[in-house]
Design a protein around this ligand. Structure first.
Ligand code: 6R9
Length: 634
């Protein structure tokens, strides 16, 4: 475990919202909202009232079998009904629900009514393919409107979706499909990225050779590049052909509050990705409430979350959250700096984006091009900004605040995880902000920083970030791995307390400063990747005997990979091999695996039981004290 974080940041600036922001806030009194949130059952039950229930719950929280909590026991509800159907009988019927824009300047708009019809057609088509409540449907799609339609169609009929991020390559893709026994895969011909078209179908074809449970592959013609449909088994069909003639009406499936909604894979500290399972009602309540509180959503908002739908941020805050609140959500496909580094700012200006939610790595990337680009555009429509994915360094915060928000838009630094489903530690717009701090736990959330025994640590000292009471959007288990669910998250400190795997400290005002992961997980450009996944990728190369990797800090990506490799006899780490290894790791894991440095070594520090002590490598790399090495092998 990393405990090397008793660093004190000297950030003392405080920023408060202006009157024009305060005037329209849903929550004007932060402290009393936090006070209200202390009675979690009452607080979350009140929030659950915003939805249309087929049947109300009998009990808000069942904690009789911790950590297997149940929320809104015996309630019956449907996600797609609440995100889409309910709006078509209101004056939002013809409001744009999804605004798709890509880096080539093409756009597509779907009103709530149009979205409703599309979802129903695809849901009917899924039913015709034999998909039933509880079946798993996977996607390998770019950021396109069809992805949103497909996911909503799944939830409309009670199928569980499992999105594979389109940046992942074959190995990771196959693993994710096979772990959940997906029955259907929806993919596309390709995706637009930095002026090129990336061929997704080819990756999917290669993966499908190794995925026996997939009965049908549905292909969206998105970019229009020529592709070959496989002759293999007649299991491939075009999306357009599939929905042809399907009725645009369908009754929503009555789902139990605790029925599974989706699985999303994320990296942990072991090689195998973890299938994080979310269920229906609690997730809906948590996501809609936190989005509304943190970003103060109103009629007339244009919400833009730049995160990919293949990431939890896209699930909760690009797709479900905004639609549950009946707002307009912008889906952007492409790179932030193509055709030029003003691409994003031109989107803000052209469409009048009011709330912009993005990642520190993107801000740092765009910062490199200077303030010239944001200053070329009129960004005055913006009201609130947000970040997620990793700690934001005060320089990037200030740049975003000054150049994008023009010192008028509060920045919501939201800390949360795939596992938490919803925002957990974050300011509300009324909060005094300190650049680099996610401020306090949200109303209804009980978070703290503790030592290994579970005792709160003194002000300014680093410790484990824990959540002490259940929350509605919490994941319910790891798919097919209850034991790992318990051991990874609920055993690290005494009592039934959720350990997040992050190190944090609190300051004298009770503000949280998240310092990074405590386990062997890297955050490269905001994406989680486990050190052991990277190590197995290295070892699968013929030249490598053994590998250990650690994170190395990087001014733009936050962290990149630093690898220590033991090579087979006869191999030397020369330019050619370095390039080859780098390509190999990217091929295995996808472009997320950014290699910063490779070093050849003769041995690796290990415990007597053979575990690589990455902590020792890390300390040596940073020139720090290696700490307790009593378990180190001779
Ligand atoms: C939503 C998401 C979760 C990990 C988390 C932490 C890091 C996320 C952060 C942050 C500091 C923030 N993280 N938000 N660290 N400040 N505002 O990112 O989910 O991909 O599961 O990653 O990301 O380390 O534990 P996920």
């Amino acid at each position: 475990m990393r405990h090397d974080t008793d660093v004190l940041l000297n950030e003392e600036r405080v920023f408060k919202p202006g009157q024009e922001i305060i005037d329209v806030l849903h929550v004007k009194d932060w402290e009393s909202e936090i006070e209200k949130g202390k009675d979690i059952e009452k607080y979350w039950a009140e929030k659950a009232e915003q939805f249309v229930w087929f049947k109300k719950w009998d009990k808000v929280l069942d904690d009789s079998n911790e950590p297997f909590y149940k929320w809104f026991v015996n309630g019956k509800i449907n996600m797609a009904y609440n995100a889409v159907d309910r709006w078509i009988t209101t004056d939002k019927r013809n409001q744009v629900a999804v605004l798709y824009v890509n880096e080539r300047g093409h756009e597509k708009k779907l009103t709530y009514y149009e979205l409703y019809r599309e979802v129903n057609k695809f849901a009917n088509a899924l039913k015709n393919l034999g998909v039933k409540k509880g079946d798993v449907v996977s996607t390998y799609l770019p950021m396109c409107p069809e992805l949103m339609v497909v996911l909503l169609a799944c939830t409309k009929i009670g199928a569980i979706h499992s999105v594979v991020y389109s940046g992942l390559s074959v190995g990771a893709f196959v693993e994710r499909i096979n772990d959940c026994n997906a029955k259907i895969l929806i993919t596309a011909d390709g995706t637009f990225r930095r002026g090129k078209i990336i061929d997704l179908k080819r990756v999917s074809d290669e993966a499908m050779l190794q995925c026996p449970t997939v009965e049908t592959v549905v292909v969206v013609k998105h970019t229009g590049i020529p592709i070959e449909m496989s002759e293999l088994s007649g299991r491939e069909i075009f999306y357009e052909t599939l929905i042809e003639g399907e009725p645009a009406e369908l009754e929503a499936e009555e789902m139990d509050a605790e029925d599974p909604l989706f699985i999303l894979y994320t990296s942990g500290s072991t090689g195998k990705p973890k299938g994080v399972l979310h269920t229906t009602a609690g997730y809906m309540v948590g996501v809609a409430t936190t989005l509304n509180n943190v970003f103060n959503i109103h009629d007339g908002d244009l919400w833009w979350c730049t995160g990919d739908i293949g990431w939890i941020t896209g699930h909760s805050f690009l797709l479900y959250g905004p639609l549950l609140l009946g707002t307009t959500t912008l889906v952007y496909e492409g790179a932030p700096d193509y055709p030029n580094p003003g691409a994003w700012w031109s989107v803000v200006e052209k469409y009048g984006v009011t709330k912009l939610y993005t990642a520190p790595t993107a801000i740092r990337h765009l910062m490199r091009f200077g303030s010239k680009y944001p200053n070329l555009y009129n960004l005055s429509s913006l009201k609130i900004l947000g970040t997620v994915g990793e700690p934001i360094n005060p320089e990037a915060w200030m740049w975003f605040y000054k150049n994008v928000g023009k010192e008028k838009c509060p920045i919501m630094d939201t800390w949360w995880q795939t596992e938490t489903g919803m925002h957990m530690i974050s300011p509300l717009p009324i909060a005094p902000l300190k650049p680099g701090s996610a401020t306090m736990a949200l109303p209804g959330i009980d978070a703290d920083v503790v030592d290994d025994e579970g005792n709160p640590v003194p002000v300014g000292k680093g410790g484990l970030l824990v959540i002490k009471k259940p929350w509605p959007a919490m994941f319910r288990t790891l798919y097919n791995d209850e034991e790992k669910f318990i051991n990874t998250y609920w055993k690290e400190v005494p009592g039934c307390v959720y350990t997040a795997g992050d190190i944090a400290r609190k300051d004298e005002d009770g503000y949280f400063w998240i310092q990074g992961r405590s386990d062997d997980v890297l955050k490269i450009a905001g994406h989680r990747i486990g050190t052991s996944e990277v190590e197995s990728a290295f070892v699968s190369h013929p030249a490598v005997v053994e590998a250990a990797v650690i994170g190395k800090s990087d001014p733009i990506k936050g962290e990149v990979i630093k690898a220590f490799v033991i090579l087979k006899e006869g191999y030397q780490l020369k330019t050619q091999l370095i390039e080859d290894l780098s390509r190999h790791v990217r091929y295995e894991l996808g472009p997320v695996a950014v290699l910063g440095q490779i070093t050849q070594v003769d041995s690796l520090p290990k415990t007597r039981s053979g575990k690589i002590m990455r902590r020792v490598l890390r300390a040596r790399d940073r020139g720090e004290d290696v700490g307790d090495i009593s378990t180190l092998e001779e």
